[in-house]
Ligand binder design. Structure first.
Ligand SMILES: [Zn+2]
Length: 105
């Protein structure tokens, strides 16, 4: 299996899941029901993750993720979301603080 995307924004993940559903891309969700534990665990541990069941879909699924991330970019602050790991980055960074992936253009 291949991890596609992880994020703590459930609304964003829900949108991603409905797009994957619409395309018939098989996936599973990790940590779907972990939300009640916020406060007990570091937030990283309760972040929901989408995993592809079939890596043959990875390219197509990545395009869906990139499309969603483009919607998230905030032109006011310049904040951006890493295409590689889904981490939020301040506008002042040109590479992701988390995985060193370069900022999307
Ligand atoms: Zn990253």
């Amino acid at each position: 299996m291949h991890k596609l995307f992880g994020h703590d924004d459930r609304f964003l993940l829900q949108r991603l899941r409905s797009e994957l559903d619409a395309l018939g891309i098989p996936y599973l969700v990790k940590n779907e029901f972990a939300g009640g534990a916020v406060g007990e665990l570091p937030w990283q541990d309760v972040q929901q993750e989408i995993w592809l069941l079939d890596e043959a879909w990875f390219h197509k699924a990545s395009q869906v993720v990139v499309g969603l991330i483009d919607c998230l970019a905030d032109p006011q602050t310049g904040a951006w979301v890493c295409e590689n790991c889904g981490e939020n980055n301040d506008g002042g960074f040109d590479i992701c603080w988390h995985c060193q992936h370069s900022r999307p253009t």
